[in-house]
Design a protein around this ligand. Structure first.
Ligand SMILES: [Zn+2]
Length: 68
């Protein structure tokens, strides 16, 4: 099981939060680069996928949760 698997629409926690005090980012674009949006202030940032994966701490909310 890949704990770093993430999908479009997931809300993730990064190693470093946004200066606004929020550390919950929604993945809004996937590709070579990942665009994520701060759920606190709405600011969005674009990161190369490798950098995103390095900074990713955990998935907070899965966009498509498994049936349990
Ligand atoms: Zn913010």
């Amino acid at each position: 099981m890949d704990r770093k698997a993430f999908h479009l629409g997931d809300v993730v926690e990064m190693k470093k939060g946004h200066p606004c005090g929020t550390n919950a980012w929604k993945v809004i674009r996937m590709g070579m680069d990942i665009r994520m949006k701060c759920t606190g202030c709405g600011h969005s940032v674009l990161l190369p996928r490798s950098r995103f994966e390095k900074r990713l701490r955990k998935i907070l909310i899965h966009a498509d949760p498994p049936d349990e």
